[in-house]
Design a protein around this ligand. Sequence first.
Ligand code: BG6
Length: 491
Amino acid sequence: MTSQIIPVDPFDCVVFGGSGDLAERKLLPALYQRERAGQISNPTRIIGASRSEMSHEDYRAFARKAIEEHVKAEEVDAQVLDTFIARLSYITVDAKSDNGWQELKAFIDEAPATLRAFYLAVSPSLFGDIANRIQSTGLITDETRIIVEKPIGRDLASAKVLNDTIGSVFREDQIFRIDHYLGKETVQNLMALRFANALYEPLWNSAHIDHVQITVAETVGLEGRAGYYDTAGALRDMVQNHMLQLLCLVAMEPPSSMDATAVHDEKVKVLRSLAPITEANCEEVTVRGQYRAGASAGGPVKGYLDDLGAESSNAETFVAIKAEIENWRWAGVPFYMRTGKRLAARVSEIVVTFKQIPHSIFGDEAGRVMANQLVIRLQPDEGVKQWLMIKDPGPGGMRLRHVPLDMSFAASFNERNPDAYERLLTDVVRGNQTLFMRRDEVEAAWQWVDPILQGWNNSGQQVQGYTAGTWGPSASIALIERDGRTWHDSL
Ligand code: BG6
């Protein structure tokens, strides 16, 4: 089966931070892949912009290297790569002064009819300066979009300031706030599974679901981002955005369509229904961890403090939370979330555990009747498994076995799994906001996260050590076992 590729209109994409890490690892490879798929139309131009002095040729060499390093060798086609590289230019622009802005304008105005996208792959502290200069330089047309990356603030107040600043220059429908988890194939599949099948929706509530688990486990450590990470921690870095977005997609009411407003409205309702976690209960329903030296990804690794080069730090590299949604559909159904660095495996998955059958007719010799589980695996090995009880084949009485109906996407579709940025970048060009975050979503997420941060602070809740290469502190196991449940075995 092959997917249908619909080319997008020609566009100019200016990447601020164009020679940075995100551009190198994600944006340029993603745009190259869309070129390879035949989705980019002429005369699309991609313009790297940053403070560093670079010629067009330097930038093209940088991009070529980025693609050769970050795209699989068998997917690098020399001819396509040449076509793609020819689209690239570079302009030295300083966010904090007038330097370079007129040059950028002159360059963009060579093709004034084209749709414009400004990608801010820079520190949020520069969002305001760049947005204002885009405006004062006269670069905004009706067909202009701005794309911002997280972190959008470090609490509700700072998120509001950022949103106000960008919002004073761009209309909300021009602002694309990226949460790259929403561009992952399986995350979109979660919506297909829920709303394109009649099977699950009638069961998707507290009458039939016992609990939900969301795990985003990483084996990597700080990856050269110690400065940012130590001031953020896992709650801000992963929960406020990616984890809560996943929770919203699991928990939201069916939107009336895939229209962005309809989907955003439903997600906001979920965020606003989350039971507050405050100083009064944070020790009971949250666990903070920090990795110590151990073994991860096949070798010995240092502890967090050594990675950081500091004597002490109270930043959490792991967090587990028992969240509750206070509405009719979900009251009484815990949503357990856990995420961390230097864990036992790189795995992201959502596990929906249905209720036990009310009564077993099979007797003890049949073995334990396990609850049905729906496991949605985001990465790696994307796919969905529906765990069911069946009869063990063969004679010898009725013995039961828990087996998965296994739909592994790689095996079923025999296609490469596009990176989230590929989908999201083309959605920006199409003007489709469904897989982006609206302002009130970001703020509602902070509204829930802020009291947790304050609770930790006021109660002095410390990080608990865990050995790198494990599943986090033992308190995380205790958090779920206290309720008579266990974390799903993700290996
Ligand atoms: C980023 C976080 O948003 O997501 C990183 O800042 C994290 O700390 C990354 O490693 C995980 O993304 P993915 O796509 O590799 O699961």
